[in-house]
Design a protein around this ligand. Structure first.
Ligand SMILES: *[C@@H]1O[C@H](CO)[C@@H](O)[C@H](O)[C@H]1NC(C)=O
Length: 532
């Protein structure tokens, strides 16, 4: 092998010069929506008016947004004229300050069947507080309402809320509260949930439990490394799942979890738990211990379920898992070292990854285009009705800090657009023309869409809930793929899709959902429908 023919050398040179530009482009695009949201959002949720409620703690001192004149908060100490919550319009990129009184630090939330947000607990004067937000569009004047005639039976700090098939809300756990309770209140009041005691360790690790309402009407509850199927009506654990290896996953160890899209006969549900910190990182306040990158996946409704393990392309703590309208899961935000908590994460993970549940193990993850803004502790990710994902917050400090810190308090709001929003997909993107406002369980209904190019086969119709995102877990997140018939021609570029509504509140609890039409992996802008 002394001489290499010239044409081979030329070929190699060509290969290199051609590959360089293509390798630089990973899927997905980033957009800066506002430079200064005024607050760093710790809790974020999207309303049925296409507005977004951003919410921080109230005892955090000065933010970068003032309340309107003469609207200061009066707390026991001194007047506070700063906003700690804002209403954001992600189309107009407009913000309006909201006024919240009691402390919402590490609180929880869920939408009620009538589209109002129920927001519960927090710290200090907010510990037992119940708040309602009746949402509006960006021209309205909706604001927080704090209930004075009713409060939680126990203080709840770091609890998880989940709407139930009958439209009531269960509130699970919290620091020092290994119990559950309901809104509206049930006769049995506060109920001890021993599973939360079993999963509490020296660094806690049972906070913000991962809760998913299974289509059999029971709850899948995951805390620390353990999980159970819980019958909340009987207050009974009906199944104990095998332990998930790879260390603790909940707060403060900062993994995340989703229940994959429900579909078909709605008899099965698959839960995925990804990422987390090494045990001890929180106790030792160690910002440099590498996070773990494993995901466990389990058929929660199966007869003999086991965790199937798979590694993400990056180790990650404080990653948010967002179910996209297609059923793929976007894993975004977070860090690769340390743990959750003030000043405890480092090495931001700027690359989102896409988890494609239908692919075989080993081919499920796709690395996406990296962002530039570190989103660490107290940051959020939410699916918007137009298919983008909204990123807000990050504040690893006790108060707001903008100078002399490695990771400043983050006031920018960004949107990440998955590849399905690329302009070269415009020809197959459906636009919803007709959809009912209200849909009853089990009934058939039609969705009419327009699509520029001829449609081949099935257009999916998928319902996405609007979850309450905080601490890298989206409370109440679910996607339901409806039974659909093949799209039928209904005029020029118009298609009519016959769908069947979810059979019951166990599959889709009552309330408002974003209805997406999805053609060959490309979603429409959603229309909100009411399930009842
Ligand atoms: C929804 O119900 C709650 C009570 O459960 C109530 O406080 C709220 O005002 C209602 N919202 C609307 C829009 O009627």
């Amino acid at each position: 092998m002394e001489t290499i023919p010239l044409f081979v050398i030329c070929f190699l040179i060509q290969l290199f010069t051609f590959q360089t530009p293509t390798r630089a482009t990973l899927p997905g695009t980033w957009e800066l929506l506002v430079q200064n949201a005024g607050i760093a959002s710790m809790h974020t949720t999207v309303t049925r008016f296409n507005t977004v409620i951003l919410l921080d703690r109230t005892n955090i001192g000065p933010t970068r947004k003032l309340l309107p004149k003469n609207h200061c908060r009066f707390t026991k100490t001194k007047p506070d004229c700063y906003a700690h919550s804002v209403l954001f319009d992600p189309i107009k990129n407009q913000l309006r300050p909201l006024k919240i009184l009691t402390d919402t630090w590490c609180s929880s939330g869920s939408f009620l069947p009538n589209g109002s947000l129920l927001q519960t607990g927090g710290d200090l004067d907010g510990f037992k507080k119940i708040r309602i937000f009746n949402p509006c569009d960006s021209t309205g004047s909706c604001d927080w309402e704090e209930l004075n005639d009713v409060e939680l039976s126990e203080g709840r700090w770091y609890a998880t809320n989940q709407i139930l098939p009958d439209g009531s809300i269960i509130i699970i756990g919290g620091r020092g509260s290994n119990t559950v309770e309901f809104y509206p209140k049930r006769e049995n009041g506060v109920v001890l949930f021993p599973f939360l005691q079993e999963t509490e360790d020296t660094q806690m690790d049972n906070l913000y439990p991962y809760v998913h309402l299974l289509p059999n009407g029971k709850l899948f509850v995951f805390a620390n490394t353990k999980s159970v199927m819980y019958d909340f009506n009987e207050n009974r654990v009906v199944r104990v799942y095998p332990e998930l290896t790879g260390g603790p996953r909940n707060y403060p160890s900062a993994g995340s979890s989703v229940m994959l899209a429900l579909e078909g006969e709605f008899s099965e549900a698959v839960v995925v738990v990804c990422g987390g910190a090494q045990y001890g990182a929180f106790l030792e306040r160690n910002t440099d211990i590498p996070a773990h990158g494993s995901c466990g996946r389990i058929m929660a409704t199966g007869s003999d379920p086991v965790w199937e393990m798979e590694d993400m392309p990056f180790a990650r703590i404080m990653g948010d898992m967002v179910i996209l309208p297609t059923g793929d899961v976007l894993i975004i935000n977070g860090a690769m070292k340390g743990t959750q908590g003030f000043e405890m994460g480092s090495d931001p993970c700027l690359n989102p990854v896409l988890y494609r549940p239908g692919e075989p193990v080993g081919l499920r993850f796709m690395v996406l285009n990296p962002g530039t803004v570190p989103r660490l502790y107290h940051s959020t990710a939410n699916l918007l009705p137009d298919g983008r994902v909204l990123l807000a917050g990050s504040n690893p400090h006790v108060f707001y800090r903008f100078v002399d810190v490695e990771f400043a308090t983050e006031l920018k709001i960004e949107a990440f657009s998955p590849e399905y929003l690329d302009s070269d997909k415009a020809n197959i993107r459906p636009k919803i023309l007709e959809v009912p406002e209200t849909v009853l369980y089990g009934v058939g209904f039609d969705v009419v869409v327009s699509v520029p190019l001829p449609v081949v086969g099935i257009i999916e119709v998928n319902l996405g809930s609007a979850p309450f995102a905080t601490h890298s877990f989206s409370q109440g997140q679910r996607l339901i793929k409806l039974g659909v018939a093949s799209a039928m021609v209904d005029g020029d570029q118009r298609w009519r899709i016959r769908c069947t509504a979810p059979p019951s509140g166990m599959v889709a609890p009552p309330g408002y959902y974003m209805l997406f039409a999805v053609n060959q992996g490309v979603p429409s802008v959603a229309r909100w429908i009411h399930m009842s």
